[in-house]
Design a protein around this ligand. Structure first.
Ligand code: SAM
Length: 328
């Protein structure tokens, strides 16, 4: 398969992702009460990285909310159940956030290498903040890197091992006929192209009603792409798939050729300007205020809301002058 050092370097990208998300959270771009638990050494990222992560987070959450909000999410009310499958989930905390928002689906399944799931299982077991979000009867094994609870499952698997994927979704109790939202954020690009194709084909064949959310790098040959590749390679990590699907069109083709009915790929500039900007760029500050001061005097609250509606667009969070790079 791959060299040990490349595997370790790929796993380490997960620590980078968590540190970047925490940097965004600390700057006030988004709310995540859990990501700090997964970051040993917090770092401050540049405004361009923060804004990029915010756009990525906002786009995923918007699509996820659309999926969850449509009729049938509330499993306890006996409606149609839904499930989420996160491939290469790393230390992502979406499940815990959805729990807080009362939006968690019937089943949320996360897969990653055992080295990563073991660390995540340990944190879930030892940190009451996380432990409280899964059922009291959950079985957690640090050694095997597994968490098995009623509505949340964390399992160790190498995604390239397709026959095992079948076993693991059975073990997780996934029902392939239920509406399923599949997430792969910065994961398939690290795999060899044949493995990525096999995974995309496996998802299209396995789940009868599904959405696949893919987020990953494109344009390896422009200046920014080359810089990104050099940066990763200096850390022993290769983007094995980037020359196989280097454009938006290639990403769409990947899905349609592997059995998906329809695929739409957007670059992040379009996501930010057309998708996030229009509806999501107002900060979530007033939500936090409402949570923190439920009895606040109504007049004061209205003034605060007015202030935040006028002044809290995320562009105002940090001075931003990296426009050329942003457009690349
Ligand atoms: N999806 C998470 C996020 O966006 O925060 C983590 C992204 S991190 C850049 C890539 C993750 O994919 C790592 O946790 C890594 O261990 C996982 N990964 C890469 N190749 C994998 C494979 N063959 N099998 C399982 N997990 C894999």
């Amino acid at each position: 398969m791959d060299s040990r050092s490349n595997k370790e370097a790929v796993q380490a990208t997960n620590d980078d992702a968590s540190a970047s998300k925490l940097s965004c959270v600390k700057k006030g771009y988004m709310k995540d009460d859990y990501v700090h638990l997964f970051v040993r050494r917090p770092v401050r990222r540049s405004p361009i990285i923060n804004r990029g992560y915010f756009a990525r987070w906002a786009a995923l959450r918007k699509l996820l909310n659309q999926f969850l909000d449509t009729e049938g999410n509330a499993c306890e009310k006996g409606h149609l159940k839904k499930q989420i499958l996160s491939l290469g989930a790393g230390f992502d905390t979406t499940y815990f956030q959805l729990q807080d928002e009362g939006k968690a689906p019937h089943l949320y399944v996360e897969l990653d290498f055992k080295e990563v799931t073991s660390k995540k299982a340990t944190l879930i077991e030892t940190c009451s903040h996380l432990r409280d979000k899964i059922s009291a009867t959950a079985s957690i094994s640090r050694e095997s890197g597994e968490v098995l609870s009623d509505h949340y499952k964390l399992l160790p698997v190498d995604l390239r091992d397709i026959p095992k994927l079948d076993d693991f979704i059975t073990l997780a109790g996934m029902d392939p006929s239920l509406p399923t939202f599949i997430i792969a954020e910065c994961v398939l690009i690290y795999l060899d192209p044949d493995s990525s194709r096999s995974i995309v084909r496996w998802t299209s064949k396995t789940f009868s009603t599904a959405i696949f959310f893919l987020y990953e790098q494109i344009h390896p040959d422009d200046a920014f792409g080359q810089q990104m590749i050099r940066n990763l390679e200096s850390r022993g990590c290769s983007l094995l798939g980037i020359h196989d699907t280097p454009t938006l069109q290639a990403k769409e083709n990947l899905f349609v050729e592997q059995g998906w009915q329809r695929a739409v790929a957007w670059d992040m500039l379009k996501v930010y300007s057309d998708f996030v900007e229009a509806q999501e760029r107002r900060r979530y500050v007033y939500i936090c205020i409402l949570e923190n001061f439920p009895l606040i005097d109504l007049v004061v609250l209205l003034v605060i809301l007015w202030y935040h509606l006028c002044f809290s667009r995320i562009e105002r969070l940090e001075l931003f002058d990296e426009f050329e790079e942003w457009h690349m």
